[in-house]
Design a binder for this molecule. Structure first.
Ligand SMILES: *Cc1c(COP(=O)(O)O)cnc(C)c1O
Length: 435
């Protein structure tokens, strides 16, 4: 075993007290096999495990880290704020400061409500959408993840226009049935759904760049069509930018692709590594939220000054446009490295990337993967071996082919060299196994 005893001992101990040894399922490496490693510390683009092994990190807290681990500017701001008290259950000036920064970056948004997770942001935004429209049904796309709330843990039943069915035991069938399921990048399918059921629909919610089925970029015209169809039928367009917000551009996918949602959900990057979520939109909608309006939504730790401090420090770094130019350049270099290495090994690979998020699929290099069905048809079997070999060669890559990898401002030549060495070995191993 490449990974030695301390990691294994820690995971065994954790498994006695935590279900599956983890606090969130994907961390357990179930889809690639092997024990996960316990991370002791991180700095920049690198993490160190309990055995003292260092890895170039391409997980980056599933996108929450964009500046790099333990950036001194972010750490200092969080430490200074923490020393003066962490939460009071009263307004803190940092809430207004972070709100101003977020609203300045999102053209249509005039008010923001802070919560503690992305799950909570989506739940609350959809409650607001239902209240604002007086309608009860939601449309989502299969393979898009919007957190683990009941109504959103649903996927399509058989047939294109069926009601959602629960994805997990414990989700009431009635709640899952409140969600209609559509297909990413299928404008005709969405039009048809609205032609038949449009009068019931409060909102369409999508990941503008899908990151939770592996990465799927929006087809040209997909987001604009969603804007047009929802407007035509009196439904709201909710963009779940929990992953893409301040990741794919300053402001997020709505800036990158020029689409104007009614409501936006944020989390991950805007907390700078602290727990946070937020939803925002026009004042007329957001002022329906209590106490300005009748739609109830609250939180003991919402807008706590420590999470706000993490977000403020992070956005203050990111507001320099050269940051996104750099993330784009690093992303392109990472993509090139992976593609060249696969080509040298003779393994057909398709890399799908938007800015600093990307996924490697074992599939025809020239055929775009446009929805969940396309991705389910790719070779996820090879992925386990590829992932294991990457890890053994010092690269931490997301332990599932249905996830995106992430880069930070701290990724540079050293990580690119690590990536080249590891991916040469990993693609060679895949080639040897299939020979
Ligand atoms: C991570 C994620 C969520 C859930 O956010 P949590 O903070 O994990 O609750 C929701 N939507 C998208 C698009 C995400 O990537």
């Amino acid at each position: 075993m490449a990974r030695t005893s301390r990691n294994a001992r820690l995971f065994a101990a954790a498994s006695k007290v935590l279900p599956g040894g983890v606090s969130s399922p994907v961390r357990a490496f179930k889809s690639v096999g092997g024990d996960p490693f316990t991370i002791r510390s991180g700095r920049g683009a690198r993490v160190t495990d309990a055995d003292g092994r260092e890895y170039a990190d391409f997980v980056c807290a599933w996108g929450a880290q964009i500046v790099g681990h333990a950036d001194p500017r972010v750490v200092r701001r969080i430490q200074r704020r923490t020393a003066r008290g962490t939460v009071f259950g009263a307004p803190a000036v940092e809430e207004t400061q972070l709100a101003r920064r977020i609203l300045a970056a999102l053209p249509g948004a005039e008010r923001v409500r802070f919560v503690s997770t992305g799950t909570e942001a989506v739940m609350s935004a959809l409650r607001l959408a239902r209240a604002a429209t007086g309608r009860e049904y939601i449309v989502k796309c299969s393979g898009n993840y919007h957190g683990h709330s009941d109504a959103l843990l649903s996927s399509a039943g058989s047939g294109a226009l069926t009601l959602g069915v629960p994805d997990s035991p414990g989700v009431p069938a009635l709640w899952a049935a409140m969600t209609f399921t559509a297909t990413t990048n299928d404008v005709e399918g969405m039009r048809q759904l609205f032609a038949e059921r449009g009068a019931l629909v409060a909102a369409v919610i999508v990941e503008p760049v899908v990151g939770n089925a592996g990465l799927i970029p929006p087809d040209e015209g997909w987001l604009a069509a969603l804007r047009e169809i929802t407007r035509e039928h009196g439904a709201l367009l909710v963009l779940d930018e929990v992953m893409t917000g301040f990741r794919v551009a300053w402001g997020g996918a709505q800036r990158r692709y020029g689409v104007a949602p009614d409501l936006t959900c944020l989390a991950k990057v805007i907390g700078g590594g602290m727990p946070v979520g937020a939803y925002c939109g026009r004042a007329e909608l957001m002022d329906m939220i209590a106490p300005a309006g009748p739609v109830y939504q609250a939180g003991t730790l919402s807008g706590n000054p420590v999470s706000m401090a993490g977000g403020i420090a992070t956005l203050d770094i990111l507001k320099d446009p050269s940051c996104y130019a750099r993330l784009e350049e690093t992303g392109a270099a990472v993509q090139r490295t992976l593609e060249e290495s696969a080509r040298r090994a003779g393994v057909p690979v398709r890399v799908q990337r938007v800015g600093s998020m990307l996924t490697v699929f074992f599939a025809d290099p020239a055929t775009p993967l446009r929805n969940l069905g396309d991705i389910q048809a790719t070779g996820t079997k090879q992925f386990a071996l590829w992932h294991r070999t990457m890890l053994a060669n010092g690269v931490s890559w997301p332990p599932s082919n249905y996830e995106a990898a992430f880069l930070t401002l701290a990724h540079g030549d050293r990580e690119l060299a690590d990536l080249r060495r590891a991916s040469d070995a990993a693609f060679a191993a895949v080639a040897a196994a299939s020979a």
